[in-house]
Design a protein. Structure first.
Lengths: 181, 181
DNA sequence: ACTAACATGTAATCTGTTACATGATTGA
DNA sequence: TCAATCATGTAACAGATTACATGTTAGT
């Protein structure tokens, strides 16, 4: 996931590691710090795979900087990942949000909407959080007050995201269905 | 985090691994599968640390079962973790929800509310998601439609959880402040 | 002199995933 | 007989964290 965030952040322009870290942290609202020990090895993996180019530059205020550029192979790889996210990138909210942050990079609205539809479908699937033994769980039947809170919060989250997705997909100002699938 | 979920699930009664997996998966609304490769090693770590006791039992329909029991040391460890969660267990929603699922195990309302207050304080802290360069980010100024969606969804989530926390902490039917701190 | 921000890395360790490996019972 | 469910584990690998390690520049 860090790798996707790195590739996406570099799609907007070259950055060096230190600045890249800030961009990636901003994606999570600065709630998930990115450590040196995960950032630099991730960068090196991407360079080794030929997705990023690295060239040195005299540091602005300190040691030499390594400016990272997303090359053609990297851009292609990024677009493929965005176009066809893995199941857990649809299912896990924090991963999905990383995909969403860069979804505009896909050149066609149809491709963007296809991803949003997968998320919507997941959110509307019975059998997850709100379901217990094949039937919907009602807040009143959860005796534990904190588990009730989990349920209420999860419902609110679900409703808000579903409403937004529906609006974008067929109620938005661009007209229903976007470019279609 | 898996370990906390295991300890918490066993606090309600002894279980064998296979059943335990289902309980743990239920906590995430069945959106995060727990693999054998994470479950059994985690159980073994907890047994090795002396937090769980394991005794064999003839399997109901298959191989022998290993019934796991949370022992005194395990219960004590669990209560300590619930009473004083690590920073990222307050900050990271999915981790916080795991804590929340078992928070009722803390014997005093004051201790429970202290944890909820930490979460509330975090959610109300400016400088996270909604903030950019020291000032609140407004949805209208986010040009990217998907990033705008992230912001709107995140706000809705935040509002719902803050409302629930405030209600529990000082507007709930138990009266303001619980047992106080 | 010291601290913060800039700047990049490695090593040990932890936690998790996927794939591999085994084996019994129940129902179609 | 074949698939599903029950039941438990290991091995290889991936990814992240913390701590360690180094070095500059700017401000107090």
């Amino acid at each position: 996931m860090l790798e996707l965030a790195i590739l996406g952040s570099l799609a907007e322009g070259p950055l060096h590691g230190y600045e890249l870290r800030r961009r990636v942290e901003r994606l999570s609202g600065h709630t998930r710090p990115v450590s040196d020990g995960s950032l630099y090895p991730a960068i090196n993996r991407l360079v080794k795979r030929g997705l990023l180019s690295r060239h040195s530059e005299p540091g602005a205020a300190a040691t030499r900087r390594h400016v990272l550029t997303l090359n053609d192979a990297g851009r292609e790889h990024l677009l493929e990942r965005l176009r066809d996210p893995a199941p857990h990138e649809i299912t896990d909210s924090s991963r999905f949000f990383t995909v969403l942050a860069f979804l505009s990079l896909l050149p066609d609205t149809a491709g963007q909407h296809a991803v949003l539809r997968r998320r919507l479908e997941f959110l509307e699937t019975p059998a997850s959080f709100f379901y217990e033994d094949e039937r919907p769980l009602r807040a009143e039947e959860v005796e534990d007050p904190y588990r009730r809170g989990m349920l209420l919060t999860a419902r609110a989250v679900n409703r808000a995201e579903v409403a937004w997705l529906r609006e974008v997909l067929d109620g938005g100002p661009d007209g229903p269905g976007g470019s279609g699938s």
